[in-house]
Design a protein around this ligand. Structure first.
Ligand code: TA6
Length: 316
């Protein structure tokens, strides 16, 4: 089984601006729509679109959970969240204008997780997670889930011999790395923060990636946005270059990328096939406006345009 864990779920409000977003100007909207936000929920959407059985879990607020549940059901996602009373799922405002320069994202903090809710999630994992299950933690934890509690969740998955996939930042990523997850997927800023200093060249990145592989992490994936990603697995490090696309909204690209990776991991694909598919799928997302949308057809068409190089051949 695959579980995706969004500790701080979100509902994205996608606002299309008529023209270019301008300060001190009455910017008119063209359209407003709701979409599933949060990170691991997007992984579930990818898996469900590929008919890969998975359960989306984490925390929701009971005041507006039906909005998120309706959005998830529209995407055929099976979910089993811990619902906290008198709490509301946060909103993320995603502003897209006609500049073609990408979106603005403004996220609320989210409600504070109570001890009771936290213990309910622990109990859920303790009862459900089995050996070799894939458990994906993606997104920043909310108030109420401090580093200790986050670590306790991760350690429980490890104790159950689940394969831990983590997309996190700052102290939470550091904590995850300490307990040797199966896969980590920081972006370049998160990776440099993890390492503790700026990395100026591909060779500096590969040196740090190799250290983490030797420490015992199965996959070290550093996403580089438009420049693709660096992927370390066993004794290979790859530079993955995405196809050229017409960007509409890059919100959610990293999550769809992770969803593509998890889908291929589940199918036990070869690393080059895993990241070719995940990169093509993420590229298809960038051409669409919703946070959680992507195109399997477009991804198929992009596959041959993804460039994969073993790091020795890569020149900067
Ligand atoms: O990565 C895109 C996204 O998941 C948006 O859908 C929005 O919900 C935001 O990121 C949430 O990010 P956060 O790190 O606050 O969980």
């Amino acid at each position: 089984m695959i579980y995706t864990v969004t500790l701080n779920t979100a509902i994205d409000r996608i606002v299309h601006i008529d023209g270019i977003l301008t300060r001190k100007h009455n910017n008119k909207t063209k359209s407003i729509s709701l979409d599933i936000g949060g990170k691991a929920t997007h992984v579930s959407i990818v898996l469900s679109s590929l008919n890969i059985l998975n359960i989306a879990t984490g925390f929701v607020g009971d005041l507006n959970k039906d909005i998120l549940y309706t959005l998830l059901e529209e995407k055929n996602v099976i979910y089993d969240f811990v619902s906290q009373k008198n709490s509301a799922i946060r909103e993320t405002l995603v502003l897209i204008d006609n500049s073609g320069k990408g979106s603005y994202m403004i996220t609320e903090q989210g409600f504070e997780i109570s001890n009771q809710s936290y213990n309910r999630l622990l109990e859920k994992f303790d009862n459900c997670v089995k050996e070799n299950d894939i458990v994906v933690f993606a997104g920043g934890p909310p108030k109420g889930v401090d580093i200790q509690k986050y670590k306790e969740l991760l350690l429980l998955i490890k104790r159950k011999q689940g394969r831990l996939v983590v997309d996190a930042a700052d102290e939470y990523l550091k904590t995850a790395v300490e307990i040797k997850p199966y896969l980590i997927k920081p972006n370049e800023l998160e990776f440099q923060e993890l390492i503790g200093h700026q990395l100026q060249s591909i060779s500096e990145y590969t040196m740090e990636i190799r250290k983490l592989l030797n420490y015992g992490i199965e996959y070290v994936v550093v996403s580089l946005g438009k420049n693709g990603s660096l992927v370390g697995h066993q004794n290979n490090i790859y530079k993955i270059t995405p196809p050229k696309i017409r960007e509409v909204n890059d919100t959610g690209c990293g999550d769809v990328f992770l969803g593509g990776i998890v889908a291929q991991l589940f199918a036990n694909q070869h690393p080059e096939d895993i990241f070719r598919f995940a990169t093509a799928l993420s590229a298809s997302k960038a051409e669409l406006d919703k946070s959680s949308s992507f195109s399997l057809e477009k991804a198929e068409a992009f596959l041959n345009d993804v460039i994969i190089q073993k790091i020795e051949e890569v020149t900067i």
